[in-house]
Each structure stands twice: as C-alpha cells, then as structure tokens.
Design a protein around this ligand. Sequence first.
Ligand code: B1M
Length: 211
Amino acid sequence: MSAELLNSIKENLMKGKANDVKNLCEQAVKEKIPVGKILSDGLIAAMAIIGEKFKNNQVYVPEVLIAARAMNSGMAVLKPHLKAADVKAKGIVCIGTVKGDLHDIGKNLVRMMLEGAGYEVIDLGVNVEPQKFIDTVKEKKAQVIAMSALLTTTMGSMKTTIDALKTSGVKAKTIVGGAPLTDSFAKEIGADGYAADAASAVDVVNKLLAA
Ligand code: B1M
C-alpha cells in the first residue's frame, strides 16, 4: 500500500499535478509513512527522473517548471514534519546570478533541481556581488557557491568571486554554469565544477560534496 502511494506521488509529480501531489502527501503522512521516505522515494525520485529526461531532451523547460511547482506543493506538506523528524538537508548551497547579470530562468531551474534532490538552497537572486556569496557562506554555513551567468560580459564576475573566496580563507566549493560557459572556462577561473544543464548541476554538487 505504501509503495503504491509513493508511486502515485511520483507519477503525479512527473505530470505536474500539484493538487494531487499535495493531497497524496497529506494521505501518506496520515498513513504514517516516514516523511524522509515520502521525500526520497516520492518527491526526490520523481524530480530525478524529470532531471534525466530534461538532460536527454525528452522534456523541456515548461515541464520542469510544472513538475517543480508540484514538488513545492508536496514539500509544503512535508516541511513541518521533516523538521519534527529531524530529517536533514543533503547540504546547503547558495545560488545566484552574478553581478551585472539579470537572467534568472536557468538559475531558477538549477535551484529547483537542487531542492528536488534534497538540498537546502539559499537563493540570492540576480546581480549578486562577489562579497554577498562569501558573506552567505559564512552566515548560513553553505558548503557550495553556485553561480550562473548568461552574458559574456558578466562571466568575469565568477572569477572575481572565486578569487575573493580564496583570499577570504572561507571554505566552500564552487560550481558555475550558464549558456556562454564551457568546462575549460570553468577550469581556467579555478571553479571546482561546471555543469551544462540544471540536472547535471545536481550530479556535480553531489560529487563535490562526496569528495
Ligand atoms: Co538576454 N541575452 N539580455 N534577456 N536573453 C541572451 C542571453 C542573449 C544570448 C540574446 C542574444 O543576443 N542572442 C544575449 C547575450 C549575448 C552575450 O552575452 N553573448 C542577451 C543580451 C545581450 C541581453 C541584454 C544585454 C539585452 C539588452 O538590454 N540590450 C540584457 C541584459 C540584462 C542584464 O542581464 N543586465 C538582456 C535582458 C534579457 C531579459 C530581461 C529581457 C530576459 C531575461 C529574463 C529573465 O531571465 N528573467 C532575457 C532573455 C530571456 C534572454 C534569452 C532569450 C533566453 C535566456 C534563457 O532564459 N534561456 C537569451 C537568448 C537565448 O538563450 N536564446 C538571452 C533559457 C534558460 C533555461 O537557459 O539560462 O542558459 P539558460 O540555463 C540553462 C543552462 O545554461 C544551465 O542550466 C539551464 C538549463 O538546464 N545553467 C546552469 C544556467 N545557469 C547554471 C548554473 C549552473 C549550472 C548550469 O551551476 C551553478
């Protein structure tokens, strides 16, 4: 029965049915399925499938956004119970679009995928000053700085942030991404990781934190 219910959460999330996901999560909590299990085998499992499909061009941005909305409606049900059950996030990531850059659609997708994978994500928004990333790592104990850029003119702010992080002595891993970036640029500026799309960003963050 519990496997059936979790499967139903998964199926409905992938179809983006936010209301059904909310109701099914409420039912699962009532049936005393452990909240950590509802999260991992229901919501996160479904977002992982959506992520893979997105990577393989089997679904596109609108489907990911709709699935993420359904995930959020399930998360709203689970959040208070997760705290009570002391289910910890996989890690803390602070994310932002770098200084001078106002594009946030890709950055938001990365945030949603990371949240879908069980990370706590602090979203600093757009036009984020290098120092803001570093201050957030200090204040919130984030383990990863995730930076997005869509303009060739703002990619340099990623290097400024990484250099400032190094001189500050604050420890955090860095991952960069965005349409004009390449793996070799990421290496050149000393980033710890690069991802070409939002689903791959989850794989990279998983690897960085496992290392
Ligand atoms: Co702008 N814009 N834009 N724009 N815009 C581009 C980027 C551009 C390529 C258009 C063009 O000329 N063909 C061009 C950049 C050229 C360049 O630098 N080489 C450009 C320009 C020039 C500008 C302005 C300067 C225009 C002007 O005012 N003259 C201006 C700049 C404003 C500023 O930022 N200071 C500007 C403004 C805007 C809007 C505000 C109108 C709007 C942004 C709205 C918003 O984001 N809320 C906008 C848009 C929508 C675009 C295009 C059309 C679409 C970008 C997008 O959202 N793509 C874009 C042209 C294009 O790409 N066709 C363009 C969809 C999104 C899902 O993809 O963000 O690449 P993307 O994210 C991907 C991956 O890159 C990756 O994951 C996502 C998919 O899984 N990814 C990461 C992204 N971040 C990641 C981080 C990671 C890992 C992966 O780890 C941390």
